[in-house]
Design a protein around this ligand. Structure first.
Ligand SMILES: [Cu+2]
Length: 273
């Protein structure tokens, strides 16, 4: 069999690698490679994503370089069999030791970040009760559990209840921790807000919770991420992150509308519209 000259083989290899890299860049726009996220927790996840990705790229580069070096340096020169020997203590120790150290390092960093992400909210944080049902959502706010502007004398609950035809809006304030308590009375749903980089199931008979601190205001689309029946696809909702003032005004307006005037004794004089 005719041997393909080395330089042609190398050129083929380089072309293949370049094509693979181009394909990667073409399919992955910046946002697809870097998921983003608007909460402190999402930013931690982003950091973890980049640490693992860069560590992987470094390993890929080193292994690839060693492979290419060995292919060139030790390619067949003639038909003589090269010297045969067994064992190579240092190399074998490095081949076992280095990956073990990398795995321990990545595991430790992941655990530290995961624990930070799963940090529970302080008791005084705003709590939102989320109930998933076939096929929409209810978001309930207890008037004496509103976070920084809680009025201890306030009583009652206001709720936003969506329908499959009318997506509900979940209001939350920016720059403060918000705790979500997730419940379901029928089947398993999943609370998924893409810009939180977070998804958590709502399971009948138990309460799942998580806490986020949003750092950007705006509307963020969200949806149920667990196939829960025929109209699962209609279980969309919007997370509306607003400034505290605007949040308080919304609460005051909803309290007046749902519970009548005077339900909210004093939320720093904010008024609804
Ligand atoms: Cu669902």
């Amino acid at each position: 069999m005719r041997r393909v000259p080395l330089h042609r083989r190398l050129r083929l290899l380089a072309a293949t690698l370049a094509a693979a890299l181009l394909a990667l860049l073409a399919t992955g726009t910046a946002s697809a490679i870097q998921p983003g996220g608007i909460t402190d927790e999402a930013r931690l996840m982003n950091d973890l994503f980049w640490i693992v990705t860069i560590a992987g790229l470094i390993v890929f580069g080193l292994v690839g370089a060693a492979l290419v070096y060995a292919m060139i340096r030790y390619r067949r020169q003639n038909d003589e069999l090269p010297p045969q020997f067994h064992g190579g203590g240092k190399i074998e120790a490095a081949m076992v030791g280095v990956p073990v150290l990398i795995v321990i390092g990545l595991f430790t960093i992941s655990m530290i970040i995961l624990v930070q992400i799963d940090d529970k909210a302080e008791d005084e944080a705003l709590t939102i009760d989320v109930t998933g049902f076939q096929f929409s959502w209810q978001f309930a706010y207890n008037l004496n559990d509103l976070g920084t502007n809680t009025d201890p004398n306030a009583e009652g609950t206001i709720a936003v209840i969506g329908t499959p035809a009318n997506d509900p809006i979940l209001y939350m304030p920016v720059d403060e921790p918000v705790e979500f308590l997730l419940k379901s009375n029928d089947v398993i749903h999943s609370f998924y807000v893409k810009d939180f980089l977070y998804k958590l199931d709502l399971i009948p008979g138990r309460v799942n919770s998580f806490t986020v601190t949003a750092r950007e205001t705006g509307d963020f689309s969200a949806q149920c991420a667990e196939l829960c029946g025929t109209n699962h696809a209609l279980m969309r909702f919007t997370v509306r992150v607003v400034e505290r003032d605007e949040f308080d005004a919304w609460v005051a307006a909803e309290a007046a509308r749902q519970l009548g005037d005077g339900a909210l004794v004093s939320t720093s004089g904010t008024q609804g519209d």
